[in-house]
Design a binder for this molecule. Structure first.
Ligand code: ZN
Length: 302
């Protein structure tokens, strides 16, 4: 049973909004690509885990803190007698380990993912004890990109390679035991302890004034509509004006949570809608108007 599905990452959504509107530096672009890839790998692993039969509680994407140390968990599976901790690595290409050090395909030294996993396991053990639970934890690094290969002389049983994924699942499926109330309580406690971290401080610096204005095609092809016809020159899709403006309002409000939604602001943001009346009509129709003598603004309906 999927107890906690994976939420879409706000950081990724915000970066996706920003990308066509500003120039990313090399590092920012690389970070974005890595986030997209990592998320893709996590989603693939979630689909793979749907093959689990029997009684399991699956929790995705948790962030905990224990005595000031934060740790993030990709996937946690609660079973009758054990907890499985899975860290998904969507690495691509030929990696290698030399003297306990990890190198990526370009030969650059990497963080050792095993150290990360061990740290996570230690902190989770402590957190579980604090919550009053004693469970054995079994941790695995899941490499689920079929294009991944690891050159190493010593095989670590915590590594699950692409060709072993099916067998790993079969092994888990062999021992389903009905869970008790305490397992569900533990799952709930863990979800309650999950922390939300604001991604805004990690984003590249941006301002309303400097971002490129316009409406981006709804097909995610990163192209701005060139005129009020709202037909994408790249993919040919066409969008209705209400839908396009509303999408832009959502984008605006996520990128600028402290700015008020006003006709003026959204007119600027959309760029290509000539008539302010059109913007006002759409805002009035779908959002709540807050009247003030000097400046009225809108908010999304509850
Ligand atoms: Zn398009």
């Amino acid at each position: 049973m999927l107890f906690r599905p994976r939420p879409e990452k706000l950081e990724l959504i915000l970066l996706r909004y920003l990308k066509p509107r500003m120039e990313f530096s090399y590092d920012q672009a690389l970070n974005y690509t890595n986030l997209v890839k990592g998320y893709e790998g996590e989603l693939k692993s979630d689909i793979w885990l749907k093959g689990l039969t029997g009684e399991w509680l699956v929790l995705h994407d948790l962030l905990f803190e224990y005595h000031g140390s934060k740790f993030q968990i990709d996937t946690l599976i609660i079973t009758f007698e054990k907890i499985y901790l899975l860290d998904v690595k969507y690495f691509e290409g030929d990696y290698s380990i030399k003297d306990d050090k990890w190198y990526n395909p370009a030969g650059t030294l990497q963080k050792n993912p095993l150290h990360q996993l061990e740290r996570c396991e230690t902190l989770l053990t402590k957190l579980l004890l604090k919550l009053g639970h004693h469970y054995e934890i079994e941790s695995y690094l899941i490499f689920n990109n079929p294009e991944f290969h690891l050159n190493t002389t010593s095989i670590n049983p915590a590594f699950i390679f692409p060709t072993q994924l099916n067998r790993f699942l079969k092994k888990l499926n062999m021992k389903p035991v009905k869970l008790h109330k305490k397992h569900y309580q533990l799952a709930k406690q863990l979800v309650d302890h999950n922390q939300e971290e604001s991604p805004y401080s990690r984003l590249p610096q941006y301002s309303f004034e400097k971002l490129k204005k316009g409406i981006i095609c709804s097909n995610n092809c990163n192209t701005f509509y060139s005129d009020e016809q709202l037909i994408c020159k790249k993919c040919g899709c066409k969008e209705e004006v209400d839908a396009a403006v509303l999408r832009s309002v959502e984008e605006f409000s996520l990128l600028f949570p402290d700015r008020k939604i006003t006709t003026e602001g959204i007119h600027d943001w959309c760029g290509i809608i000539k008539s302010k009346k059109t913007i006002r009509r759409i805002l009035r129709k779908y959002l709540t108007l807050h009247r003030h003598s000097r400046s009225s603004y809108y908010s999304f309906k509850e």
